[in-house]
Design a protein around this ligand. Structure first.
Ligand code: DGI
Ligand code: FE
Ligand code: FE
Length: 188
């Protein structure tokens, strides 16, 4: 699918603010794909669709997770996690995207997971550092992203875990597994 068609499909699902974020993720993901040798067209497509389900009602997302082969433990954790796997499901069903690498990049863009593919890492990181993002520590991650994808990912997942812990929120185990996996590889 070409960029213009994909953007048109996504635009009506999002607020203007979230659409601008999506354009930022798209540009950042394409740059990272070029820098780290990933497929730029897949990065573009995954970025465009990554937040497709962001504004679906919670109840709809809960029902989709319950009635399909999603990890059911998602329901025990922050609902902010749900739009990623539900998005992968809906993008296939409603927009006809079938590329498994693209769908997995959407699926894991929030929680992360151990053993992330290059494309998954690029979408996760692009979502974190796109130009519209402003939270504390983001500039440090932007700098790291120019040198090392994994070091930038470690810093971003550390920041997210710290952020959740400061607010006394639960952390989805897959996020810890992503962190541990990246640290283990860095030690090796
Ligand atoms: O959809 P976006 O806002 O662009 O970004 P996202 O898909 O990374 O969602 C981020 C939110 O999810 C962020 O505010 C932190 C929150 N969140 C809640 N629980 C968890 C979590 N993020 C991770 N990685 N792990 C969690 O357990
Ligand atoms: Fe998201
Ligand atoms: Fe996003």
């Amino acid at each position: 699918m070409e960029r213009e068609e994909a953007l048109k499909i996504v635009k009506v699902q999002l607020t203007e603010h979230r659409y601008q974020h999506t354009l930022g993720v798209m540009e950042t993901a394409i740059s990272l794909a070029r820098l780290y040798g990933a497929d730029e067209k897949k990065a573009e497509l995954a970025a465009i669709f990554h937040d497709y389900a962001k504004f679906r009602p919670k109840e709809e997302m809960r029902e989709i997770i319950k009635s399909h082969s999603f990890p059911q433990d998602l329901l025990e954790y922050n609902a902010a996690l749900w739009h990623a796997p539900v998005g992968a499901y809906l993008v296939e069903k409603e927009a006809g995207i079938t590329d498994k690498e693209v769908l997995d990049a959407i699926r894991y863009h929030t929680s992360g997971r151990p053993g992330m593919t290059l494309l998954e890492k690029i979408i996760y990181l692009a979502d974190y550092i796109e130009p519209g993002r402003q939270f504390p520590g983001v500039d440090e991650v932007r700098e790291l992203a120019k040198e090392s994808l994994d070091r930038a990912l470690i810093k971003s997942v550390q920041n997210t875990i710290n952020f959740l812990m400061k607010k006394n929120q639960r952390v989805y185990p897959e996020t810890f597994h992503m962190y541990n996996d990246l640290i283990k590889k860095q030690e090796a």
